[in-house]
Ligand binder design. Structure first.
Ligand code: PLP
Length: 404
């Protein structure tokens, strides 16, 4: 069990007032708040071992390099990757997907197919459109039902020997749907397709096991798991990372350079051109340590409690409809209120100290599917409370009174 009071003490920002009211932060699916250990680790890094990595013989460079590589190992163990060089540090999920999609853009040809799902974030749609434009491959979309669940029979029907890549989210950021990715990965492999999982929304709640899932690529962002912005991870199976061409050229990613020909460095350096976000990469490891100390089982159990309570309380509001009612979902509640625009509700609840996200959540096709301009999204984290949900419910009621 989590000691929520103690947990909240780890997050100084939660003690703030916004617009004269205590902050209720329910925009966790956009970015998570940072515990003190993370803030302090950034400061300590810059005050003690700041240096460029992998290139200096001097002591600080060695210390910084060791800390960076130790963080890579933490990530490796956290997601249970086989090798540490299968962990590529990136600036975030968007970068990781672009890296992989760009590589497939070079490997695919006309007649090949890339499958994505109706639930994808724009960053798991647009890079694949680029890959199709470059290669002549075709993009196909796994449809969903009215609850916001992917339709598995349709997925089965779409898979064929032409399918070369399947790219799906582990969990939907707009609706909270948890997709049956293990089953989907096995089915994709049965037709010889590679699978990329967008884990940006899963990693805050779940500890993924990439070997058990058997995915070929798994990407996520540091800032959504209490780490610094501008950090992220691309996991790829060694064989695939060797097959993909490099994404960016520059320092650190080469073995030899002449004006005639360059040979590439081995993994992971092949995909880490230039000076990376050294402090961020190191501190991402601290964020993982923090979450693992709380324990993902505890986090999940508590967040599920918040989801159940939040769902029940919000549904008491007349005219409120929840968008995304999958059987298997995480602590994200997207909703609309009859006759009101999500944006107007968002502005009023913000005046009352409650931070929610409104709009299409970078998932316009989902909004089009439901025929709505957007939703109000409350996404809960392990540091939120039922009392805060009560404040949200009151704020939404107030908005309803004021706007109708
Ligand atoms: C946030 C998010 C992304 C994009 O992550 P960035 O950190 O902005 O690169 C991609 N997919 C999903 C499902 C997300 O929630």
């Amino acid at each position: 069990m989590l000691d929520i009071k103690a947990v909240r003490d780890d997050f100084p920002i939660l003690k703030q007032q916004v617009n004269g009211k205590p902050l209720v932060y329910f925009d966790n699916a956009a970015t998570a708040q940072k515990p003190k250990v993370v803030e302090e680790a950034i400061k300590t890094y810059y005050e003690t071992i700041n240096a460029n990595i992998h290139r200096g013989v001097h002591t600080l460079s060695q210390l910084a390099t060791d800390a960076y590589e130790e963080s890579r190992k933490k990530v490796q163990h956290h997601i249970h990757a086989k090798e540490d060089h299968e962990i590529i540090f990136t600036p975030g999920t968007t970068f990781g997907i672009n890296l992989v999609a760009n590589g497939f853009g070079a490997l695919l040809k006309a007649g090949d197919e890339i499958l994505i799902s109706a639930l994808e974030h724009h960053s798991n749609i647009v890079p694949w459109q680029f890959a199709c434009e470059r290669s002549g491959a075709t993009l196909k979309v796994i449809p969903m039902n009215q609850k916001g669940e992917l339709i598995m029979e349709a997925y089965d029907a779409l898979l064929s020997p032409n399918t070369k890549v399947v790219a799906v989210s582990h969990i939907s950021n707009a609706l909270g749907t948890i997709n049956p990715i293990k089953e989907m990965i096995a089915k994709a492999h049965a037709v010889g397709a590679a699978v990329l999982i967008d884990g940006a929304q899963a990693t805050p709640h779940i500890k993924p096991d990439v070997q058990d899932l058997d995915c070929d690529f798994y990407v996520f962002s540091g800032h959504k798991i209490c780490g610094p912005t501008g950090t992220g991870v691309l996991y790829g199976k060694e064989a695939w990372l060797n097959k993909l061409p490099p994404y960016q050229g520059g320092g650190e990613m080469i073995k030899t350079v002449t004006f005639e020909k360059t040979t590439y460095a081995c993994l992971p350096h092949k995909f880490e051109a230039g000076t990376p976000n050294i402090a961020g990469g190191i501190v991402l490891g601290y964020a993982l340590d923090y979450l693992n100390q709380l324990g993902f089982d505890n986090i999940q159990a508590y967040e599920h409690e918040l989801l159940t309570y939040g769902t029940q309380r919000l549904l008491e509001i007349e005219g409120l409809h929840i968008v995304g009612t999958a059987e298997n979902k995480t602590s994200v509640i997207s909703f609309n209120i009859e006759g009101l625009h999500p944006y107007d509700v968002g502005v009023i609840v913000d005046k009352l100290g409650v931070a929610v996200r409104t709009g299409h959540h970078c998932t316009q096709p989902i909004m089009d599917f439901f025929g709505i301009p957007g939703t109000i999204r409350a996404s809960f984290s392990f540091y939120n409370t039922k009392e805060e949900i009560d404040i949200l419910v009151e704020a939404v009621r107030k908005a309803q009174q004021m706007l109708s």
